[in-house]
Design a protein. Structure first.
Length: 100
């Protein structure tokens, strides 16, 4: 099942995981060490992130490392940029109206 990127980033823990993995790849245990929730809960979050393509798992010897796929984050950035332009135009118009 392919999950929606926006569904995945709706959860604050998953956003924290993405932020953590943005700096370096970590094992599942390495990710779990940064949170006060159970290892199975972290595994569930990682599974959701991999199902939507935001995180990839790479096998290195006996260990599996989690890493962010920044290409999938572009989808989010493009969507936010679209609304950023919208609000900038509206706020500029309001500023012009109030300044008149």
């Amino acid at each position: 099942m392919r999950r929606d990127v926006f569904q995945a980033i709706a959860d604050p823990t998953r956003r924290e995981i993405i932020g953590l993995l943005a700096n370096k790849s970590l094992t599942l245990n390495g990710v779990a060490e940064n949170f006060e929730i159970s290892r199975p809960a972290i595994s569930k979050h990682i599974k959701i992130l991999t199902e939507c393509g935001l995180v990839v798992i790479k096998q290195q010897g006996r260990e599996r490392f989690c890493a962010v796929d920044f290409n999938r984050l572009k989808e989010v950035a493009e969507w936010v940029t679209q609304y950023n332009r919208f609000w900038n135009e509206k706020l500029d118009a309001l500023g012009n109206f109030l300044g008149a």
